[in-house]
Design a protein around this ligand. Structure first.
Ligand code: GLN
Length: 390
C-alpha cells in the first residue's frame, strides 16, 4: 500500500481528546478536556430555536456573516481597546482551532521558525508542523510559569517568523502581566516578528487579575493575529465559532486560507450567536464572578484532598503536582486516576517540551455539584495511591 504522509510521524492523536474517551469509557468525572457541563445563556438557546424556523440554512459569506462580523467588531473594539473594521479586519472560522491554523498558514513559509512557550496547548506544535515551520521552545518554569528574559531574547535572535502567545494561558492558568507583555512586544518589534495570540480565555479571568490584549499595546496591532472564539465565553464549545482579527493586509490572505480549508463557519450558528455578542457588560462581569467562585471552590477541595497545585490567575485550568505519589509516566497515573479514583485529568507531559512528568491538569468549568463530587473522589487519592499505582 502507498505510504501515509510523513508529517504524521511528528505527532500522535490528541491526548486531551484521548482522556475524554477513556473517562467516558469508565464513567469517570471528566475534568480533562476543558468544556462546561452547564447550559449556555438562555438568550442564545432561544435565538437558536428561532433560527431553526427562520434560517439561514445556506452558506454565508466565507469570511463570516455581515451581522456577526459587525457585532463582533463592536464587542472586540470595546474590550480590546482598538478600533476593528468589521469589513476588513476579521475572518470568522470554525473555532479558535481553525483560527490558529489559518494564522500560522497565513504568516509561515516552510522552514520558518516559531517561538512557542512550554508548557503549551498541544495544537500549537501540530499547527507549526502542518504549516511547515519549526518550533523554538522557551520554558515557562513551574510553579510561577515566568519566562527568562534572556532565554526569550535568545529565541528571537534565531530570526523566528512568529511567536505564539496563549493568554490567559492553557494549561498553566497564567495571565501575563503588563510588564511581561511589554517585553514580548519590545522583542517582536525589535526583531520584526508576528505575534499569534490565542486569547480564547479573554473573559475568564480569576479576580483580581486582569487580561491585557497584546494587540492593544503600542505598535502591536500591526503585527498581531488575535485568535479567539465564542466557545468559552458563551459556553458553546460544540458550536465551533472562532475568528482571527488582524490588520487588513493579513486578513486578505487569511481569508483565502480559511475559504479553501472550510468555506465557512456554520451559518445558523453565527445567526444564533449574535445574541451572545450583543450581551451587556454585566454578562462578562458575571462570568468572571462565576469562574472566580468555581476556582475558589475547587482549590479549597484540592487542599482538603491534600493535593499541591499552582494557583490559576485565568482560564479554567489548574496544574496539580503529583510528584509525591508517582515518579513514572503521568499518562499511567492519569489512566489509574480514571479507573481507581473516578476522575479524569490531562497528563502534564502532553503540554511540556521538557521531560516533566510531575503535573496533571484539571479543569473547573463544571457545575458546583460536579466539582464537589470530583473533590469527594479526589479525597480518596492519597490513600489509594499509598496502596500502589500500576
Ligand atoms: N481547549 C480545551 C482543552 O484544552 C479543549 C481542547 C479541545 O479538545 N479542543 O482542554
Amino acid at each position: 500500500m502507498p505510504e501515509i504522509s510523513r508529517r504524521l510521524d511528528f505527532f500522535t492523536e490528541s491526548i486531551i481528546r484521548r482522556m475524554t474517551r477513556i473517562s467516558n469509557q469508565y464513567n469517570a468525572i471528566n475534568l480533562s478536556q476543558g468544556f462546561p457541563d452547564f447550559e449556555p445563556p438562555a438568550e442564545i438557546i432561544e435565538a437558536l430555536k428561532k433560527v431553526a424556523d427562520d434560517g439561514p440554512h445556506q452558506y454565508e459569506i466565507t469570511w463570516g456573516a455581515q451581522r456577526f462580523r459587525e457585532a463582533l467588531a463592536k464587542k472586540q473594539s470595546k474590550y480590546m481597546g482598538v478600533p476593528i473594521d468589521a469589513d476588513r479586519e476579521i475572518v470568522v472560522t470554525c473555532g479558535s482551532t481553525e483560527a490558529m491554523m489559518v494564522a500560522m498558514m497565513t504568516v509561515c513559509n516552510p522552514g520558518d521558525k516559531v517561538v512557542v512557550f512550554s508548557p503549551f496547548y498541544e495544537n500549537y506544535v501540530v499547527d507549526t508542523i502542518l504549516s511547515g515551520a519549526e518550533p523554538i521552545y522557551v520554558p515557562l518554569r513551574p510553579p510561577s510559569f515566568e519566562f527568562d528574559k534572556l532565554e526569550l531574547e535568545a529565541a528571537f535572535k534565531q530570526k523566528p517568523k512568529a511567536l505564539i502567545l496563549c493568554n490567559p494561558s492553557n494549561p498553566t492558568g497564567k495571565v501575563f502581566t503588563l510588564e511581561e507583555l511589554e517585553y514580548i512586544a519590545y522583542l517582536a518589534i525589535k526583531y520584526d516578528v508576528f505575534v499569534i495570540a490565542d486569547e480564547v480565555y479573554e473573559h475568564i479571568v480569576i479576580k483580581p487579575h486582569q487580561h491585557i490584549y497584546i494587540a492593544s499595546l503600542p505598535g502591536m496591532y500591526e503585527r498581531t493575529l488575535t485568535c479567539s472564539s465564542l466557545s468559552k465565553t458563551y459556553s458553546i464549545t460544540g458550536w465551533r465559532l472562532g475568528y482571527v482579527i488582524a490588520p487588513d493586509y493579513i486578513i486578505d490572505n487569511a481569508r483565502k486560507v480559511h475559504d479553501f480549508l472550510t468555506v465557512g463557519a456554520a451559518a445558523p450558528l453565527q445567526a444564533a450567536a449574535l445574541a451572545g455578542l450583543e450581551m451587556p457588560e454585566a454578562y462578562y462581569e458575571d462570568l468572571k464572578d462565576l469562574y472566580t467562585r468555581k476556582c475558589g471552590l475547587f482549590l479549597k477541595g484540592l487542599e482538603e484532598a491534600g493535593l499541591k497545585y499552582t494557583s490559576p490567575q485565568g482560564a479554567y485550568y489548574v496544574m496539580v503536582d503529583i510528584s509525591e505519589f508517582h515518579k513514572g509516566s503521568d499518562i499511567d497515573f492519569c489512566d489509574w486516576l480514571i479507573k481507581e479514583v473516578g476522575v479524569a485529568a490531562v497528563p502534564g507531559s502532553s503540554f511540556f517540551k521538557e521531560d516533566i512528568n510531575s503535573y496533571i491538569r484539571f479543569h473547573f468549568a463544571k457545575k458546583e455539584e460536579t466539582l464537589l463530587a470530583a473533590i469527594e473522589r479526589l479525597k480518596t487519592l492519597r490513600e489509594k495511591a499509598a496502596r500502589g499505582i500500576y
